[in-house]
Design a protein around this ligand. Structure first.
Ligand SMILES: [Zn+2]
Length: 644
């Protein structure tokens, strides 16, 4: 009835004669919906993978040997590639990451010689001996050489016949490369008194990801941007000098051949142990008795791994090796005697990390988790991470819990690291906050994730949007933009914007569950979170991840009026920063009392000024915004009003 009366009233008003056209504006509010790729049956509006979701698969068999005289690796590899896409493929792209160490590479131009992600002047790269298709039956059975085109760290292989939807291709190739000493701080080798220690990764040609959003993902490996890989099963055999120990992604398939009876017994005990057990003690390092008896100068270590996106390994003659167990998984550390003595706690740190992330977010799915000390400062691979051998104390805990956190992002949740570093580095840095809080029983985060600290950086004007592809971020700011900012944003969302940790955790767990072993995009994450949280967070995703908008909340003035119903205070608030936030207010009265009030972010719907009215018990003498300093406010000077 009321609605009808309003309509009639409007109709009865005399028609205005416009002299000029009225202003015509679009929605420019920070609250306008974030525009994301149209949802469909592949990726749904809820953020779920849809009923038509598909993903390619690549299974690998690799036979490789390490020549310690020339520091080179020679390998033969079979890739079994399953085309689950609806497309007929006529070529595949392979990733030849070692080609970053060719003198003419784009990465060599991009990184100063001494930069972290450079090769420090090393010249190497892959030599591909052959690449051919394997035909197992029919008239054309045999090996068919494939034509290839090299494009830097990518190589296009022309298939000998089109690969139809649902079809499989089997390729085999042989390759070799010299291991750089400093492999972009992701792999390499270092000489210790006991000999060379090798950390081997990006060590076999890998098929690029073909997906629904971009087709072939052919971004060059430039050093700073990490990886985007398909899932598959691996069967890997690595031949090394007899005196070496090998740590690798996967389950050791031939312990009888490469371990002593004593080591096998110790490992069997360790996997059931909460505390660390020596497999090769410091006193035993380099002793002949640590290697099985035999005449051959080499041993071949055989590993198998299921449903992983990569394989890496480390080898040295002088490893101390210890282990424990958690939930059936073998937790292991390998470190040289020259490592910081705190490495004796590495397995304890690793076990805490795997247990903490398993209990809080998603159960660790793999049979082992390994921390290796070596020249690489911190780098992650499925089931195995490389952490700097000089690291100790909180630094060693921090790098260990960070690299092992990557087992969840991106090893389980297989996002595109090269395009969206914030989806692995940022999400991982976020879960690291709680791992450290749990280990050290700290009350508040140390280092990353502190909104007030972030505000200081943002106020410096150096901020960049985390949505930038990893290689486009200023290398000096990578840690701030792709690690700290997204981690701080999620911490802020969980602790202070929602201020509902259970609701956040349920939604974040659902994101991991939905996208485990899959390839989520930013839209899949934003949608899944909104779906689970029951919130439209367009304003937050846009301001925090796509832009460099800052938070600046202010109390401009306070007025009071008194009538027969009592005293009412009008608090004139503003939000001159482009990024709106909920407002936490503390209102102080002349009688010494105070009220804490939370105003929702929706108060800024009509613009960046808002008047909050409230009945007050006494004269208002002070109003403070965000007294807990929970929000990343870049100008705190305007947060407080004091009665003049
Ligand atoms: Zn990382």
């Amino acid at each position: 009835m009321l609605a009808l009366a309003l309509v009639l009233a409007a109709l009865q008003q005399p028609a205005a004669v416009p002299v000029t056209l009225p202003p015509q504006v679009g929605d420019t509010s920070p609250f306008r919906r974030l525009v994301l790729a149209a949802p469909g049956l592949m990726r749904e509006g809820s953020g779920m993978p849809g009923p038509r979701y598909w993903q390619q698969r690549a299974d690998y068999t690799i036979r490789a040997s390490l020549d310690t005289a020339t520091h080179s690796i020679a390998g033969a590899e079979t890739i079994r590639y399953a085309n689950n896409s609806p497309d007929t493929l006529r070529y595949l792209w392979l990733q030849l990451d070692q080609n970053i160490y060719k003198a003419s590479s784009r990465g060599a131009s991009l990184n100063p010689t001494d930069a972290r992600f450079a090769g420090r002047g090393f010249e190497g790269g892959y030599t591909i001996e052959y690449l051919r298709a394997v035909r197992r039956s029919g008239q054309a059975a045999g090996r068919i050489p494939l034509a290839t085109t090299l494009n830097g760290t990518m190589m296009r292989a022309e298939l000998d016949r089109p690969l139809a939807p649902g079809g499989r291709a089997e390729l085999e190739l042989a390759y070799r490369f010299e291991v750089p000493e400093h492999g972009s701080d992701r792999m390499g080798r270092e000489q210790f008194p006991g000999g060379w220690l090798y950390e081997i990764a990006q060590w076999y040609p890998r098929v690029a990801v073909y997906d629904d959003v971009r087709g072939w993902n052919t971004e060059q490996y430039l050093g700073q941007g990490e990886f985007y890989l398909e899932y598959g099963d691996f069967d890997v055999a690595i031949t090394v000098p007899r005196g070496f120990l090998v740590a690798a992604t996967g389950t050791l398939a031939n312990p009888l051949q490469v371990l002593t009876a004593t080591q096998r017994a110790r490992l069997a005990r360790a996997v059931r142990s909460d505390t660390t057990i020596a497999i090769v003690s410091k006193a035993e390092v380099g002793q002949a008795a640590t290697r099985p008896a035999g005449a051959s100068p080499t041993l071949t270590w055989h590993f198998t791994a299921k449903n992983v996106r990569d394989v890496a390994w480390a080898a040295a003659a002088n490893f101390i090796w210890d282990a424990s167990g958690y939930d059936g998984a073998l937790i292991q550390s390998f470190y040289p005697p020259e490592a910081n003595p705190d490495w004796a706690r590495s397995t304890e740190y690793a076990r805490h990390s795997i247990k903490h992330y398993s209990e809080k977010w998603f159960r660790y799915p793999y049979p082992t988790a390994i921390n290796v000390a070596g020249p690489v400062g911190g780098m992650e691979y499925p089931m195995i991470v490389f952490c700097g051998y000089r690291a100790g104390d909180r630094g060693l805990f921090g790098v260990t819990t960070h690299e092992l956190g990557h087992e969840w992002f991106p090893m389980v949740v297989g996002s595109n690291e090269r395009l969206y570093a914030w989806m692995d580095e940022g999400f991982n840095s976020f879960i690291n906050i709680y791992s450290a809080l749990a280990f050290y029983h700290d009350a508040t985060p140390q280092g990353r994730g502190v909104p007030a600290q972030w505000a200081q950086f943002a106020a410096s004007g150096q901020d960049e949007p985390p949505i930038l592809a990893a290689d486009r971020v200023n290398p000096r700011l990578l840690g701030q933009i792709e690690y700290n900012k997204p981690a701080t944003g999620l911490y802020l969302l969980r602790q202070h914007i929602l201020a509902d940790t259970a609701r956040f955790d349920a939604a974040f767990r659902e994101y991991i569950r939905r996208w485990a072993y899959r390839h989520p995009t930013p839209a899949d994450f934003f949608r899944t979170m909104e779906d689970g949280l029951g919130e439209d967070l367009s304003w937050f995703w846009r301001g925090w991840f796509y832009r460099t908008d800052v938070v600046d909340q202010a109390v401009d003035s306070v007025r009071t009026r008194t009538d027969s119903t009592g005293t009412t205070a009008a608090l004139f608030l503003s939000s001159p920063g482009a990024l709106p936030m909920p407002v936490d207010l503390r209102i102080g009265y002349a009688n010494g009392a105070a009220d804490d009030v939370r105003l929702p972010v929706e108060i800024w719907f009509q613009g960046n000024r808002y008047v909050y009215e409230r009945k007050v018990p006494a004269e208002v003498v002070k109003v403070q915004i965000d007294p807990g300093q929970n929000f990343p406010d870049v100008r705190r000077g305007n947060n407080v009003w004091v009665k003049p």
